[in-house]
Design a protein around this ligand. Structure first.
Ligand code: GAR
Length: 208
């Protein structure tokens, strides 16, 4: 059984999707053993507690630099014996001390079709605002491994939705969460825990 540690900062609907999938027996070979939050008041913490999952809060605001913050997160991940780290709405970019310690073992969900609308500064509703400002007709979400560059690691799964003429950032966010993120994140986590993701020349392939 792989130990899955989930990192959160906000509402935690993706964490909830993972908890629900685990309860349905859909995370094969893995178990969520800890939830780490960068914010003391994240509702995701409540979701974890209700599911009986141990929680740790490491507030980003208590650390001077991203490097110092990442070192604290790394220490906790090691303490938790993490096999897989899932960034589920985690709004802090981790320093390379973490990404280098866990190559191809950190999975992130990004609410756009990478390489569009991604990288530093693109998070949460900002991503959907940017997509609508550009006038895209499809958008979606990407589940990918995390490396040293923001949103640039190997893509595992992507899914799309159509953008309606009267779409708002809020409605697009909801559509992408419901139709893509909450389905593909648990799927990618299970594939990882079943050892069904192969890396070749820096790209991820799902074994069929
Ligand atoms: C999700 O849409 C997730 O894709 C996005 O923030 C939201 C978190 O919601 N993540 C990012 O933008 C990371 N760059 P949640 O807390 O309800 O899961």
């Amino acid at each position: 059984m792989k130990n899955i540690v989930v990192l959160v900062s906000g509402g935690g609907t993706n964490l909830q999707a993972l908890i629900d999938a685990e309860n349905r027996g859909e995370i094969k070979g893995g178990k969520i053993t800890c939830v780490i939050s960068s914010k003391t008041d994240a509702y995701a913490l409540e979701r974890a507690r209700r599911a009986g999952i141990p929680t740790v809060v490491i507030p980003r605001k208590d650390f001077y630099s991203s490097k110092m913050y990442s070192e604290a997160v790394l220490a906790e991940l090691q303490k938790q014996n993490a096999d897989l780290i899932v960034l589920a709405g985690f709004m802090t970019i981790l320093d390379e001390c973490v990404t280098k310690a866990y190559p191809y073992r950190i999975i992130n969900v990004h609410p756009a079709l990478i390489p569009s609308f991604c990288g530093e500064g693109y998070y949460g509703l900002r991503v959907h605002k940017a997509a609508l400002e550009y006038g895209v007709k499809v958008s979606g979400a990407t589940i990918h491994f995390v490396n040293e560059k923001a949103d640039a690691g190997a893509i595992i799964l992507q899914g799309t939705v159509e953008v309606a003429n009267d779409e708002t950032p809020e409605s697009l966010q909801k559509k992408i969460m419901e139709n893509v993120e909450w389905k593909l994140l648990p799927k990618a986590v299970s594939l990882f825990c079943e050892d069904r993701i192969t890396i070749r020349e820096g790209k991820a392939y799902v074994d069929v």
